[in-house]
Ligand binder design. Sequence first.
Ligand SMILES: NC(=O)c1ccc[n+]([C@@H]2O[C@H](COP(=O)([O-])OP(=O)(O)OC[C@H]3O[C@@H](n4cnc5c(N)ncnc54)[C@H](OP(=O)(O)O)[C@@H]3O)[C@@H](O)[C@H]2O)c1
Length: 303
Amino acid sequence: MSILIGNQISASPIALGCMRLTRLDVAEAEKALLTAMELGINYFDHADIYAGGQAETLFGELLRRNPGLREQITIQTKCGICPGYYDSSEEHILESVDGSLKRFGLEQVDVLLIHRPDALMEPEEIASAFSKLEKSGKVKYFGVSNMNSVQMQLLDREMPGKLIINQLQFGVAHSGLVDEGIAVNTDLNQGVVRTDGVLDYCRLNGVTVQAWSPMQYGMFKGPFMQCPDYAELNAYIGELAEQYHVSGEAIALAWILRHPAKIQAIIGTANTDRIRRSAQAMNITLTRPEWYKMYKLAGNMIP
Ligand SMILES: NC(=O)c1ccc[n+]([C@@H]2O[C@H](COP(=O)([O-])OP(=O)(O)OC[C@H]3O[C@@H](n4cnc5c(N)ncnc54)[C@H](OP(=O)(O)O)[C@@H]3O)[C@@H](O)[C@H]2O)c1
């Protein structure tokens, strides 16, 4: 099963995020990577800042230990977060990519994202950096993360069609991307516009949304599946898991994959058993009543 990222890159609907990979030693990390590949996961998400660069260094070591692997996978990284500030200047973007390539031991990464919106961003500089990276062959495809639709438009004006990804937090316990659409023109809190309709903007413009931290609620508050505040949701997830003969993690991720925008879910576990349980999501499709019931049990209104 695969999706077409930005109408260009064929990829698994579940990607493996490498932010927590350095919790493992090289042999364990290799097992996690090879387990993911065996399950059909072929897309790996990084950032220059994960574990202070160590995640990319560890991944580079895994590539060297497994010749031929590089050609079978898509490697994505991000730049722009510095300690205490954001920097999306041309100089910083170019320097950061050189650092990532060195740590990976590669001459090219497949995808580069600007990690967060930078209040001081200059679209012309970002466009110039992306153009240089494309010409030199250091990066093939480009995107952003955590941006709303107006911020994307601002960039798009300088580089029409170049942005093919926006990576945003999304999951049944952090559903902002669909809340504002479901509750449009109501007086519900859910209806507060927080993303400027970015999910619809992405659909209209052939941009793929990637869902980061699919199992978390709030900003890094922890996985909702262990949280008593989500007892009813978790009980229903348990029922569905039994009905579909899959894990609870698979049901939580299937909720994301059910959206017609063909969102790619970026899981962050480094545990091989949980990677296996998560991958089961790629084999099931929730019904509309199930999707909406999960949404409601996560604490939302269906007006
Ligand atoms: N663009 C951005 O701003 C941004 C921000 C954050 C993350 N990301 C990307 O998104 C990826 C995923 O983020 P994430 O790691 O927060 O994702 P996640 O998959 O939501 O969370 C993974 C964490 O939740 C735990 N977990 C998952 N299911 C669980 C369950 N059923 N019970 C208990 N614990 C459970 C995992 O524990 P175990 O390890 O024990 O399985 C792991 O610590 C990152 O690796 C990174 O690539 C991007």
